[in-house]
Design a protein around this ligand. Structure first.
Ligand code: NI
Length: 135
């Protein structure tokens, strides 16, 4: 019997979406306000879900204390109040779109979750815009 357990988390971060190899006009057309050269912030909401069998002894799919600490250490400490473009190594040559941030978060957490369990990341960049990545 498989169950999905989820933990909600939050971080604030600044970013800028642009491509060096594009003209200013093309960057403005494609990325709009997210191409502000002085960066801008978002309040990111994150839902981390782990799906797997319930452990017969504990009754847990995953100990939520462990998941909470993992998110704190690998996601919040790394991304909260950071400039994603300049302070987070994964985005040195990768646009910090919601899509790419979700993939980076998944990659950071995946090695620390039991290999027989599935990991899903839902990332809200605004209350209405969100992306899902599950590997
Ligand atoms: Ni933005």
């Amino acid at each position: 019997m498989e169950v999905k357990v989820s933990r909600r988390a939050h971080f604030n971060a600044a970013h800028r979406l642009f491509r060096q190899d594009w003209t200013e006009q093309k960057n403005d057309t494609v990325f709009g306000k997210c191409n502000n050269p002085e960066y801008h912030g978002h309040n990111y909401e994150l839902i981390v879900s782990v799906t797997g069998e319930i452990d017969k002894e504990t009754g847990f799919v995953m100990d939520m204390k462990v998941l909470k600490e993992l998110i704190r250490e690998k996601v919040e400490n790394a991304l909260d109040h950071k400039n994603l473009n300049t302070q987070v190594p994964e985005f040195k040559h990768l646009n910090p779109t919601a899509e790419n941030i979700a993939v980076v978060i998944w990659n950071r957490l995946r090695p620390h979750i039991d290999h027989n369990k599935r990991l899903e990341i839902v990332l809200y960049e605004t209350p209405r815009n969100f992306v899902t990545y599950s590997g």
